[in-house]
Design a protein around this ligand. Sequence first.
Ligand code: SAH
Length: 339
Amino acid sequence: MLDLKDFEYEELIEYLISIGEKRFRAEQIFSWLHKGVESYDEMTNLSKLAREKLKERTYVSTLSIREKYISEIDGTVKYLFELPDGNCIESVVMRYHHGITICISSQIGCRMGCRFCASTIGGLYRNLTSGEILNQVIFAQKDIGERISNIVIMGIGEPLDNYDNVLKFLHNVNHEKGLNIGYRHITLSTCGVVPAIYRLADEKLPITLTISLHAPNDEIRDSVMPVNHRYKIDELLEACKYYIDKTNRRISFEYSLIHGVNDSIDNAEELAGLVSDLHGHINLIPVNKVEERDFEKGSNEDIRFFQEKLVSLGVNATVRRELGADISASCGQLRKKVL
Ligand code: SAH
């Protein structure tokens, strides 16, 4: 059985024609699917015959909410969604003054092995389909009953390790007949899969790219992010320059501060030297405690000194505001608990 949410709009038209339906049905079906209907019978403007034909060959994919937590501090909503095959993924809805943002997962598990990250414990189980990626936005929006205007692909998984499905998802979620979320409102975060950054740059989609850098030199990065054995920092920054040239978009960097590993004032200086000619923004994230990992965050003062050092060297650096602190909103933790 096919999930029509895995089709791009043009592919849906072709498919419908191939089963003897008219091309205008594509618009109706696409828009119903993206509104979060859960069966063909809810598509009231389709003929009974068309519905029957679709039911024979395809299905309407859904996500069920297995667990849901709402932060009492800031209204952040964390979902543990269950997929039809029983696997679970996490998505988080955050309220900012510029709109509602969802953080979504791109894979079940992850094979990148970052040492501080909960999502990678247990490795990669499988890629999410583009329909499954999209369903997180569709069903979270349906659940909260308000429009989601921004997406960050910063949940479980490495999006550039599931390139084709993520790209299809981007096209679909941006489509004017669907959720119509502008590329400029979408951020993709990667640990640095260099060839895929070049590929993405050539797509020329004006999405925001964020690099999980987390270290000021190869020695430290090698020790916390295995991907760095494959692609060194200078290759990664070369790819970033290419991305900026092709898309005219700025790049930002995530830097999780791990006490005693990458948070000294010398590390700040070295980091400033690395990124200054890219003019990127640095998001400092006090590392989140993960049970299985023995990394600790520094004191608020350490974090402030690190930030001030960067700023004094002309680097635009801010400390990420923590949302959903009372509901373990950082990804990977909930799925792991259930497993
Ligand atoms: N695989 C992609 C998408 C995940 S994004 C990537 O690596 O960018 C999730 C972000 O949170 C990444 O920057 C990741 O490195 C960071 N992260 C993971 N575990 C963390 C932890 N325990 N504390 C702080 N940040 C963490």
